[in-house]
Design a binder for this molecule. Structure first.
Ligand SMILES: [Zn+2]
Length: 106
């Protein structure tokens, strides 16, 4: 494959605009610290799910990376209570082999 070096010779700060934004994807542009008006509610709170079911793979998959890592709360948007529930559920799901512990690449 190619090296990390792309075409030499182009110097200067012209940076290509990011290609089109896909619909259905939330823009994660968020202002600096301070005003934090957008209310991001934990999806379990929103759906009033008290306990995260570790057998619910589809839900849990959402909170695990492709490598099997648990997605941190700041990204998943869960509240502390449910994030803990999710983490616990993921660990249980791993234990019964619904979710891998790690995925080795290559
Ligand atoms: Zn919650």
């Amino acid at each position: 494959m190619t090296n990390g070096i792309d075409k030499a010779g182009t110097t200067g700060g012209s940076r290509p605009e990011t290609t089109g934004r896909s619909a259905g994807d939330n823009d994660e542009k968020r202002g600096g610290r301070g005003g934090f008006s957008r209310k991001k509610v934990c999806r379990f709170c929103a759906e009033k799910i008290a306990v995260v079911d570790f057998k619910d793979q589809n839900t849990l998959k959402y909170f695990v990376t492709e490598r099997g890592k648990i997605i941190p709360r700041r990204i998943s948007g869960n509240c502390a209570k449910h994030q803990r529930g999710v983490a616990l559920a993921i660990k249980r799901a791993r234990n019964v082999a619904l979710i891998p512990y790690t995925v080795t690449m290559g």
